[in-house]
Ligand binder design. Structure first.
Ligand SMILES: C[S@@+](CC[C@H](N)C(=O)[O-])C[C@H]1O[C@@H](n2cnc3c(N)ncnc32)[C@H](O)[C@@H]1O
Length: 339
């Protein structure tokens, strides 16, 4: 799949229930993601272990767990069509009789026993934009043995203000790239009841030369009860470059095992330090603002659930704030993906 720096793409994490085989193929071809997960599973899953692959999709993580010697695999996915590909994959690899699949949301599943490892890849490019916090909290409580392991074992999200007129113009003209016709911006805006295209985030690779400041951590998740799925985080960015502030780049860093860290913030497409399926998260502001070193961008970033939660994965983000020079506010921005 070909993509370029600062090219704006449809935000796939906002349409989980519509994911098709094309998107799963994109994930399967994503070297950054695949290499990291394969190595981590080989490290964490030991012969004889019982493993749960939560959100198995086409079953690749579960297959690697079986190949690493797992005694038995439970695999859950809400998407029936995609789950049938996982079944094919397990059988073709000679593992029939060594697994059981559940076509349901994980909240509705009961496993016959607890497992040694819960493997999952239900992260969005902002870490929590596929709702992993409550999903994995529930799974850990009900499915994991006391001494069991979560893979990933921790994740943090980060944001940095950027200057990308190219990205801004694409959003302004609604010139958004999409994997195929199933992923339509107009339809998504309608589904989410969003009036302005600037009240949505997008997938885009924002290189380091667009940064206006150092990135700051938004949330750290330790796969524990204390992880928060709703929050308000205040971040103060000190501008260290001249540019036109057009929005924020979001990304995550996940610890998959003792030796494997998956960091999607990279921006060298040719060297595969970028992720084909996640890219970065781009949170735009409607009115770009000229800034210079010494200015401050004060951001209130929140995650919450909408008053009408019509999909199991629906969440909202708000990014609002002020831009200050010598302590005086000279511009403001306010965006949110729902109420
Ligand atoms: C990002 S894909 C990853 C698929 C596969 N594990 C892989 O690595 O290629 C996430 C999958 O998890 C499923 N999923 C996410 N949350 C789920 C939940 N709570 N219960 C069941 N399926 C879920 C989605 O339908 C999707 O197929």
């Amino acid at each position: 799949m070909k993509y370029e720096l600062e090219e704006v793409w449809f935000p796939l994490s906002e349409s989980i229930m519509e994911w098709d085989e094309d998107f799963h193929q994109l994930m399967l071809g994503d070297r950054l993601r695949m290499n990291a997960y394969k190595q981590a599973i080989q490290e964490v899953v030991k012969p004889g272990m019982i493993v749960l692959d939560l959100g198995t999709g086409t079953g690749i993580l579960g297959l690697w767990a079986l190949e690493a010697g797992a005694k038995y695999l439970y695999a859950i996915d809400v998407n029936e069509n995609i789950l049938s590909l996982a079944v094919q994959r397990f059988n073709q690899a000679g593992f029939s009789g060594k697994y059981e699949v559940f076509n349901a949301l994980s909240y509705d599943v009961n496993l016959p026993e607890r497992v040694d490892v819960i493997v999952s890849e239900i992260l969005g490019n902002l870490a929590d934009n596929e709702d992993f916090v409550p999903i994995l909290q529930d799974a850990r409580k009900r499915f994991l043995k006391k001494e069991g392991n979560m893979l990933p074992s921790s994740v943090y999200s980060q944001l940095v203000p950027v200057s990308s007129i190219k990205a801004h113009q694409q959003i302004k003209s609604k010139n958004i790239k999409s994997l195929n016709k199933n992923y339509s911006l107009e339809r998504l805006l309608q589904q989410l009841a969003i009036q302005s295209q600037f009240n949505l985030y997008y997938d885009a690779i924002l290189p380091k030369n667009t940064y206006l400041s150092k990135p700051l951590v938004v949330q750290e998740f330790k796969m524990e009860d204390g992880d928060r799925s709703t929050y308000e985080t205040f971040l103060n960015f000190s501008v260290n470059a001249d540019g036109i502030f057009t929005g924020f780049k979001g990304s995550f860093v996940a610890t998959l095992s003792d030796t494997v860290i998956l960091d999607i913030s990279g921006c060298n497409i040719a060297a595969h330090t970028t992720s084909d399926c996640w890219k970065h998260c781009y949170l735009p502001v409607e009115n770009p603002v000229k800034v210079k070193p010494g200015d401050e961008i004060h951001l209130l970033f929140s995650r919450y659930y909408p008053s009408k939660k019509d999909s199991p994965f629906r969440q909202c983000y708000q990014w609002s704030g002020t831009i200050r020079r010598h302590g005086n506010t000279f511009s403001t921005f306010h965006h949110k993906t729902g109420n």
